[in-house]
Design a protein around this ligand. Structure first.
Ligand code: THU
Length: 133
């Protein structure tokens, strides 16, 4: 990951966080996904009055990439303006796992960025192998 690409992902995640629809939690999250084609897709969290229908910023960004025909994630950055860095939730880790081998996961609050690999955060992600018949 070049410093330039990381800076671009942070910029895009931060811009997306401004559009977060988070009237309930007030936590505005932005995410940026880098695909193996070198394109960046961003997303924000979208909450709902029926709380369980909320979708995280990471999944919005990933689904934008997939719906544009890009299914291979090289890196993902999560931006939240909090003192403590926010890792993707378990559901999002599993979705990242579907579309990457061992993506670089960057957590940033704009002042500090920490980098992990998917395997560190989700050591044994599930992948479907069909049963023999
Ligand atoms: N959220 C995300 O968008 N990404 C995360 O990694 C953690 C949680 C959102 C979901 C919800 O809108 C709010 O943050 C509080 O949970």
């Amino acid at each position: 990951m070049t410093r330039n690409t990381q800076a671009r992902m942070l910029r895009e995640a931060r811009a997306a966080a401004k559009n977060a629809y988070a009237p309930f939690s007030k936590l505005k999250v932005g995410a940026a996904v880098l695909t193996t084609n070198g394109h960046v897709y961003s997303g924000c969290n979208v909450e709902n009055s029926s709380y369980g229908l909320t979708v995280c910023a990471e999944r919005v960004a990933i689904f934008k990439a997939v719906s544009a025909g890009e299914c291979e994630i090289r890196a993902l950055l999560v931006y939240v303006d909090t003192a403590k860095l926010t890792p993707p939730c378990g559901a999002c880790l599993q979705v990242i796992n579907e579309f990457s081998e061992d993506a670089e996961i960057m957590l940033s609050n704009g002042r500090r960025t920490k980098t992990y690999r998917l395997r560190q955060l989700l050591p044994r992600g599930f992948k479907l192998t069909l049963p023999k018949r």
